[in-house]
Ligand binder design. Structure first.
Ligand code: NAD
Length: 427
């Protein structure tokens, strides 16, 4: 694409934004139909899940300004919450002055679990010995994946104990299988393989067959993002803002109550892009939070520090189980348009984009918290939703928003009263 820096993008109408975004990536204007509210035909929706009665519309925004690994990117985001898209665009604008974001990710290796409960003595050792044979059994199960360079990447045997006070102790043996799923999220492919292996695993271990399914703690498929900023991008008080962001991180590191909210902010961005690109955001969420707690205490998924030269350095690290094929991705027309708009090259590229967006989102939240507080900026954006909720229509909406901002009161009763007086004075 030419440049993701589209000044004044936020001031355009939705139709003009569509046109500008598509033009920036050289896509024809007709692709814009994919963002119409009826873009997903009912019969297609009916084939996607059960008991369909209709489709559910959500706003699809685009965050501009992102520079990732030296490349300009537009970021499609589907979310119901105000300020999320604006925060990414604003932080991306600040970061591009310092070279933008960088990101990297592991291979697309997912983990499958085959559980055996109540195993016979020596089961784990026998299973370890049998790993080469079990690995050979996997060859050819996913031929298309193997042809694409993916496939099995090894196995591991774990001994797990259920030991909850007040209940009988249970021993189990769990076989982990590692599958490089390339551009797929991989849940179905993993599950197929786990089910295929299970009878042999039970025969070797002599126990009772347990579960056969992937683990969403995808810690072999981690994405990392980084940004290093000259604090002057935050204005005259930039050095203090950078210190404030680093201090906010330390609070989250020390306290799970804060870390949960810190990570929720990251997921505001990650989930919005995951939904826009047809990915299973519950899987990403599950992986993120399990990873955050992997060392026994729930911790933040990002870290922020001021380095020796006074620059603010932010890093993010989290599992990113996303795909650009499989699941509903090829089925949903808006997903296809969003992937095209973001010029997503494959699952690894998408994982890096999500990581950068998560980091940008977190930066936006921490900057607001460390300066004016979250409410002022957020509530200004939220005022539009409040105005709509109070019944404002047409040009009443911006007038009511201005009135709410002026009185710093964003409650619906106040908005209703202000709307009534606006209408009264307009008569
Ligand atoms: P899938 O079953 O559609 O498999 C992907 C298919 O794409 C394979 O047939 C593969 O051969 C093919 N393919 C084509 N080009 C490819 C490429 N470049 N790289 C990789 N594969 C390529 O999808 P999946 O990714 O196995 O499963 C994802 C779905 O599973 C999601 O919808 C998810 O919601 C669901 N799911 C999730 C969980 C969980 O997270 N716990 C559990 C069960 C199911």
């Amino acid at each position: 694409m030419s440049s993701s820096r589209i000044p004044g993008f936020y001031k355009l109408s939705p139709a003009a934004r569509r046109e500008a975004a598509l033009a920036a990536v050289g896509l024809p204007a007709q692709r814009g139909v994919a963002w119409a509210s009826d873009a997903l035909p009912l019969e297609r929706a009916d084939a996607m899940i059960e008991n369909v009665v209709g489709t559910f519309a959500l706003p699809n925004g685009v965050a501009v300004n992102l520079l990732l690994n030296g490349r300009d990117r537009l970021v499609p985001m589907v979310v119901e919450e105000p300020s999320v898209v604006a925060a990414v665009a604003n932080m991306a604008r600040l970061a591009r002055e310092s070279g933008g974001f960088t990101a990297a990710c592991d291979e697309s290796v997912m983990i499958g679990q085959v559980q055996v409960s109540d195993p016979a003595p020596g089961a784990a050792a026998r299973l370890r010995e049998a790993v080469p044979r079990l690995e050979a059994m996997c060859v050819g199960v996913h031929r298309e994946l193997e042809a694409l360079g993916g496939g099995l990447r090894g196995m591991e045997v774990r001994e797990v104990v259920y030991d909850e006070p007040g209940y009988p102790r249970e021993e189990m043996v769990v076989l982990h299988l590692f599958l490089d799923c390339r551009d797929a999220m991989g849940a179905n492919m993993i599950n197929t393989l786990a089910e295929r292996l299970a009878p042999e695993v039970v025969a070797i271990t002599g126990g009772k067959q347990g579960l056969r399914i992937l683990s969403n703690l995808a810690d072999r498929r981690v994405a990392r993002a980084r940004v290093r900023l000259d604090p002057s991008v935050f204005g005259d008080e930039g050095a203090a803002v950078a210190q404030g962001i680093a201090a906010a991180y330390r609070f989250a590191y020390a306290d799970p109550y804060r870390a949960a909210t810190h990570n929720k902010g990251i997921m505001n961005g990650v989930d919005a892009v995951a939904i826009a690109t047809g990915n299973d955001w519950r899987a990403i969420e599950a992986g993120a939070h399990a990873y955050a707690a992997r060392n026994g205490q729930y911790r933040p998924l990002t870290a922020w520090r001021v380095d020796a030269e006074g620059f603010l350095v932010g890093t993010l690290e989290m599992p990113m189980q996303v795909g650009t094929v499989g699941g509903a991705i090829r089925v949903h027309p808006t997903v296809q348009a969003n992937l095209a708009l973001a010029e997503v090259a494959g699952a690894a590229d998408l994982a890096m984009l999500l990581a950068a967006v998560g980091l940008a989102q977190n930066m936006g939240a921490l900057r607001a918290l460390a300066t004016e507080g979250i409410q002022e900026g957020h509530m200004r954006m939220h005022a539009r939703t409040v105005a709509l909720g109070a019944g404002a229509v047409g040009d009443e909406i911006p007038r009511l928003v201005n009135a709410l901002v002026a009185c710093h009161d964003y409650t619906v009763p106040r908005a209703s009263a202000l709307l009534a007086s606006l209408r009264e004075s307009g008569r």
